[in-house]
Write a protein that binds this ligand. Structure first.
Ligand code: DAH
Length: 358
């Protein structure tokens, strides 16, 4: 900036430069260039001393005015640049606090797993624990100990998968129901017994409502005083809790199973209209088999039938899952189709419980 420039020119140039400063750094450089120790205005101040005395005062006042104007312009520009800077940072660093803190897991629990968890929650609340047995069983526990002797017609009805014959001529099999877990439990623990046994079962059968592998849940209660009234109360409570219908009608119909005496099939109320099935209503749908444990079964499990008695029941897990969740075809359960699983599956973090909901 040359020293002969008029103060008006200098002022308009400086104010234009201040207005054009794009950032706080360039504004600071401008300030130093004008007002710093070697700045152009500072140099002019210093030069005042060389002026004739009669001009010094007016020139000094004019320079001071200019200095104040430039300082104010720089301060104003600094504030507006800082405000714009803050605004930009707020936009850039914005956090949407309305987003869920935990993203939903992509995986889903299979309806069979969900249904098992629900059964465990309901029976757990009643004081049952979970018992287990292997998928491969021997003939004794799957049939004979359950009061189904070798020539019994029930054996044909089970469409059993047999493993190859062993050296001693016996053949292991894939269990056709979860009832052999009754025998295992009685053999390994003393009454009082109160267990459920969910698990895989196998029968050589395949159509829209039968698959070669399916699931059952078995229940066994053995002690000195349990009677038919307990069986009925337990099953009615379970059905109403599971289907989440407190008034669901439940009916016990005389039937026959080799391992119970007396035996009953259990029906729940339903409504059938235009090919659709709804739970609840005054039509009937069979959902399980039950009865008082046969003395021969207690004996085979090493339990004294003159001292102990109890009840048992068993039902298809896949079947009650289809009924509760409106899944039309059993075969789709085992096709491992991720689209199906996403539609019918359950969020793994929503653990079923009677208190918080199934
Ligand atoms: N085991 C039977 C079946 O697979 C179901 C069953 C019926 C189990 C009556 C029981 C029972 O424990 O008491 O068809």
């Amino acid at each position: 900036m040359d020293s002969t420039q008029s103060l008006e020119q200098l002022e308009s140039e400086m104010l234009a430069a201040v207005a054009a400063a794009a950032g706080l750094d360039s504004l600071e450089s401008l300030r130093i260039a004008a007002l710093g120790r070697k700045g152009s205005l500072t140099e002019r101040m210093k030069a005042l001393g060389g002026l004739p005395a009669d001009q010094r005062r007016a020139a000094g006042q004019a320079l001071n005015r200019l200095k104040t104007t430039v300082e104010q312009a720089i301060d104003a520009r600094r504030s507006s640049l800082a405000a714009a800077d803050l605004e930009a940072r707020l936009v850039q660093e914005a956090i949407d606090v309305t987003l869920p803190a935990r993203p939903q897991p992509a995986g889903r629990l299979h309806p069979v797993s969900q249904t098992v968890d629900e059964c465990v929650a309901i029976f757990g609340e009643m004081g049952f624990t979970v018992a287990e047995g292997p998928d491969i069983e021997n003939d004794f526990r799957n049939f004979t100990a359950l009061n189904i002797p070798p020539e019994h017609p029930a054996r044909q009805m089970h469409d059993t998968f047999y493993l190859p014959e062993r050296d001693d001529g016996s053949r292991l099999l894939l269990r056709t129901h979860t009832s052999p877990v009754q025998i295992r439990t009685m053999q390994s623990q003393e009454p009082p017994i109160r267990v459920i046994a969910p698990g895989r079962t196998y029968r050589c059968d395949s159509d829209a409502t039968h698959t070669p592998m399916f699931h059952q849940v078995e229940a066994l209660v053995v002690d000195e005083t349990t009677h038919l009234g307990h069986l009925k109360g337990c099953i009615i409570d379970f059905c109403r809790a599971f289907f989440e219908l407190p008034d669901l009608p439940v009916r016990f119909r005389p039937s026959h199973f080799p391992f119970t005496e007396p035996s009953m099939e259990v029906d729940i109320g339903c409504t059938r209209s235009r090919g659709e099935l709804k739970i609840g209503g005054d039509d009937w749908l069979e959902i399980m088999g039950s009865g008082m444990v046969h003395p021969n079964v207690l004996r085979a499990g090493g339990v004294d039938p003159d001292r102990y008695q109890g009840f048992a029941f068993g039902m298809g897990i896949d079947r009650i899952a289809m009924l509760k969740y409106g899944i039309p075809d059993l075969r789709t359960f085992f096709e491992a189709d991720l689209r199906w699983l996403h539609h019918y599956g359950f969020l793994p973090l929503a653990v079923p419980s009677l208190v918080r909901g199934l």
